[in-house]
Design a protein around this ligand. Structure first.
Ligand code: B12
Length: 357
């Protein structure tokens, strides 16, 4: 695994190095279990873990870190099949303990005393949730639940087999048979992509399959554009993007397409739009609603800051936030003063249409 990290966390590199070395000192078995490649990835993970810890601390939301601890534990179990779940739990618990000790010593002066205390608390909750995860193996996804399962399954199979044409034909045929476009987006394409992510997390498919599935799905979405842009106008506008260096943009693109289809004029700005560029775009387009999307919890802090910048400059513009990152928080959006949050794109359309009736 090689996970991208939040650039802002480079100042914690010294702590990461100390933690990494201390792990090998305290646990001699590690030398035998880790070849050079694994060592490199393990180091990346230490940096990534610190990045998540600091995100949780900055948001003062313990859940961001405990949910992450469960996710990374499962990922490692799937990647290191030669080690059993107990042994990986030992790795992670040892890692969190060492991180807690080193953080207390080295982070003084970098972060406040309150944050050092919070880190210690969150790390000990992560230890508990990792220990509990050893026997919690009910991870099966809900892919087969709900409507359109047969189509979703066939679409997934085409993606996994690299059958681009068949995947496109299947969706085209589904639309011809009268399945509403919004249902195709949310119940077939989006849910299949979530399943693709789960297959990657379980180490069943590679990252290149994930990239391929993304590109096929995006091409299929573009094939609906004639229909999407032909709908009668409502004289309302939406500006949307992802925040931080968040690359996951398909969700917010779906949301923007659904608004466009419902007659809004949309300015979809794609992934990772810098904050100043976003402000300039708002100035230029004067949208009625700005929608910000976050998938990876490490970008929640960027989102919070962007919300307050927009609020400061444009108190009358409505702001919506959403995306999977919020599933791993304790409803953090409630304290950010946003106008809307919803899990699904269609729910935001409904809320916005009520607001701007
Ligand atoms: C495709 C994909 C990628 C693509 C993204 C390409 C692109 N152009 O978007 C690429 C390959 C770049 C990628 C990279 C990474 N990914 Co990725 N990726 C995915 C995957 C498989 C699908 C994402 C997707 O499109 N889903 C479908 C859309 C439609 O769903 P959605 O985003 O949730 O959007 C819906 C709602 O949330 C809502 N919504 C979204 N935004 C908003 C905004 C508002 C205002 C509202 C109201 C609603 C709303 O509306 C949408 C429609 O209902 C997910 C799996 C998953 N669970 O989704 C993993 C996943 C998100 N990735 C993951 C990871 C770890 C990574 C990488 C770190 C490593 C990797 N796998 O390569 C990097 C990080 C990149 C970065 N810095 O951002 C993890 C994240 C885990 C976590 N919680 O931290 C996931 C969950 C996989 C997993 N199961 O572990 N990824």
């Amino acid at each position: 695994m090689s996970l991208l990290i939040n650039n802002s966390e480079y100042r914690y590199i010294e702590i990461a190095q100390a933690v990494f070395q201390e792990q090998f000192k305290r646990d001699p078995k590690l030398e035998l279990e880790m070849d050079e490649r694994r060592k490199r990835l393990m180091y990346d993970d230490v940096v990534y873990n610190i990045s998540f810890l600091m995100t949780a601390v900055s948001l003062k939301d313990e859940r961001v870190f405990t949910e992450y601890a469960k996710w990374i534990y499962e990922l490692l179990c799937n990647l290191m099949k030669d080690l059993d779940r107990d042994r990986i739990m030992e790795h992670m618990v040892g890692h969190y303990q060492i991180l807690s000790e080193i953080f207390k010593k080295k982070a003084r002066g970098m972060v406040s005393e309150e944050d050092i205390e919070l880190s210690a608390r969150y790390l000990s909750s992560a230890i508990e949730s990792t220990r509990a995860s050893v026997t919690d193996i009910t991870l099966s996804s809900n892919f087969s639940e709900g409507s359109n399962y047969e189509i979703r399954k066939a679409y997934l199979e085409h993606l996994l087999k690299g059958e681009t044409r068949k995947a496109q034909d299947l969706i085209e045929e589904t639309r011809k048979q009268g399945v509403p476009l919004v249902e195709i987006y949310e119940s077939i394409l989006a849910r299949t992509m979530v399943e693709i992510g789960s297959l990657w997390h379980r180490n069943i498919i590679t990252v290149e399959k994930e990239h391929y599935a993304t590109s096929v799905t995006q091409t299929i979405m573009s094939s609906f554009y004639d229909e999407i842009f032909a709908s009668p106008r409502k004289n309302k506008s939406l500006l949307s993007c992802t925040v931080g260096t968040e690359l996951h943009e398909m969700g917010i693109r779906m949301l923007s397409d659904i608004f466009e289809y419902r007659g809004w004029d949309t300015y979809y700005m794609g992934a990772a739009l810098p904050r100043e560029a976003l402000i300039r775009s708002i100035e230029e387009h004067k949208p009625d609603l700005v929608a910000l999307s976050v998938t990876m919890p490490i970008y929640l802090v960027d989102c919070r800051e962007i919300v307050s910048s927009i609020r400061e400059r444009y108190p009358d513009i409505k702001i919506a936030v959403g995306g999977q990152a919020f599933d791993y928080t304790s409803d953090i959006w409630k304290v950010w003063g946003v106008d809307f949050y919803s899990e699904k794109a269609t729910d935001l359309v409904r809320l916005a249409e009520e607001e701007f009736r």
